[in-house]
Design a protein around this ligand. Structure first.
Ligand code: MN
Length: 248
């Protein structure tokens, strides 16, 4: 098995298509197929903030649920959109408002289709993926070694939101622990969630959220080759959104 793990897309449909082409995929019947049958894996956060969230949902639904040629794990933005579609009272902020605006511009019939597609995609998704064939675990915000194999609430919070302490800093952002520094496993942990200017490798973990929606680039990590492939973003650059690490 050979896989290409895609970082956070956040509605950047054009960049996603360009990255598929860059990776050698061919567009056949409105989905992307690799001539060597590589498996695309989406690391979550398909929607919000970017220009074409609905198109991303439709493509990922088709590839993952309908044709079963790709895999997907949910991110925190996916969880929130799912709760919106359930009819829960979620705050339309942090980018959800852009997806909702796109959604509400659709006619009733299309709204029904898109809602059903996304809800089914989310409901059928594993919380994270264990891929022994390529020695990797794929989880949106990463996963602690001791959590691999578990599916309880603590693990769900971790894989969706990261290693948060529950406290916020003076700017109102959640305080996060740097779990990757403590990882000692032999499997790759491939994750996204926290925008970084360049893929960040610490121990055997790699953050591939290179902040496409904030104007940097969209990145894929290929296994077992351990190659990184990125395409430039078409969005305006917003430097303050990128996290710098003391070790970077
Ligand atoms: Mn994200």
């Amino acid at each position: 098995m050979k896989v290409d793990v895609f970082g956070d897309i956040h509605g950047c449909f054009k960049e996603l298509c360009t990255l598929f082409e860059e990776l050698g995929y061919e567009k056949i019947n409105d989905l992307y197929i690799h001539p060597q049958n590589r498996i695309p894996i989406f690391v979550g956060d398909l929607t919000d903030r970017g220009p074409e969230s609905i198109k991303v949902i439709q493509l990922v639904y088709k590839m993952v649920v309908k044709e079963k040629v790709a895999k997907y794990v949910p991110g925190n933005h996916c969880n929130k959109l799912y709760r919106f579609f359930l009819g829960n009272n979620v705050k339309q902020q942090h980018g959800l408002e852009t997806t909702v605006a796109e959604f509400e511009a659709l006619d009733n019939k299309m709204q029904g289709h898109v809602r059903n597609q996304f809800m089914r995609l989310y409901e059928e998704a594993p919380l994270y993926l264990q891929l022994p064939e390529v020695n990797a675990v794929i989880a949106h915000a990463g996963i602690k070694q001791s959590y691999i194999g578990r599916l309880d609430k603590k693990v769900k919070t971790f894989v969706l939101y990261g290693d948060i302490t529950g406290e916020i800093d003076e700017s109102g952002k959640p305080i996060r622990r740097d779990w990757a520094q403590h990882y000692r496993g032999n499997n790759w942990i491939v994750y996204g969630h926290t925008p970084v200017l360049n893929p960040r490798i610490v121990n055997k973990t790699i953050n591939i959220d290179t902040g496409c929606v904030f104007g940097n680039k969209l990145t894929a990590f290929r296994l077992p080759e351990e190659n990184i492939v990125s395409v430039p973003s078409l969005q305006p650059f917003n430097e303050e959104k990128f996290r710098s690490f003391p070790d970077a």
